[in-house]
Write a protein that binds this ligand. Structure first.
Ligand code: PEP
Length: 249
């Protein structure tokens, strides 16, 4: 049985005052029936972890370095995320693949470091609009999966997020059939590579313009175990609409 997960990605948004949103979330969900994770900017991570300490809300990072320590100015290691209170980290988000030229092998090395440090790695995959229009979506996703997902993955340490790049922050969402096709494909690929037991236990998130108004129909799609949410995770009230939909799915 896969535990459903509502994960929020605050990206480069939020200063101290945003911690109040976490307090509201923790007060609204003292005992959620789904896993709830917020990934704030690194500057807020430690305080965010303290804010949700002894609640059922978890916090995570948005990236980590592949090395444990060293001369890497501006970077953060997986151990540092754990030390700050993180239980998970988003890796290979399309914005990092684009802004920082991250390749599949970089994502894989980071995921290995994250898993070694005891973090859940949320590995993002997704096609551009051009790739979808050229009917290359499944090839792209398959390539990203084999390149980015490390061998040591299990149902506990790996979460895959399908995020079509053209749906992120745009208000555009694939049809439910399109989401289902990709999620079924990801599930089949995981089962083929890791065996049925592991393949079936990895959670698959959909990400890209998920809002309270469209969450329920997306969560009804096969092999959708939750969502990775950007904009609608910034306000506790909006994110609550998505958590409610997931709890009722
Ligand atoms: C994201 O950045 O992972 C994301 C899905 O953003 P949004 O929900 O704003 O489309």
């Amino acid at each position: 049985m896969r535990r459903k997960l509502a994960a929020g990605n605050w990206k480069m948004n939020g200063t101290s005052s945003a911690l109040g949103e976490l307090t509201s979330l923790a007060n609204t969900y003292p005992a959620p029936s789904v896993e709830v994770l917020i990934c704030p900017p690194a500057t807020l991570l430690h305080r965010a972890a303290e804010t949700v300490h002894s609640t059922h809300i978890e916090v995570g990072g948005q990236d980590c370095h592949a090395n444990g320590s060293g001369a890497h100015t501006g970077d953060i290691s997986a151990e540092m995320l754990v030390d700050a209170g993180a239980t998970a980290v988003i890796l290979g988000h399309s914005e990092r693949r684009e802004d920082h030229d991250e390749q599949n092998e970089d994502v894989r090395a980071k995921a290995r470091a994250a898993m070694d440090a005891g973090l859940k790695a949320i590995i993002c995959v997704g096609e551009s609009l051009e790739q979808r229009e050229a009917a290359n979506t499944l090839d792209i996703i398959g390539g990203q999966m084999s390149g980015s997902i490390p061998e040591l993955s299990t149902g506990e340490n790996l979460i895959v997020a399908y995020e079509p790049i053209w749906a992120i922050g745009t208000g555009k969402v694939p049809t439910l059939d399109e989401i289902g096709e990709v999620h079924d494909f990801i599930r089949a690929r995981l089962e083929r590579r890791f065996g049925e037991g592991v393949g079936r236990s990895v959670r698959l998130l959909y990400g890209g313009s998920v809002k309270p108004g469209n969450a329920a129909e997306i969560f009804a799609v096969s092999n959708v175990d939750g969502a990775l949410v950007g904009g609608a995770s910034l306000k506790a009230q909006d994110f609550a609409g998505i958590i409610d939909a997931l709890q009722n799915a």
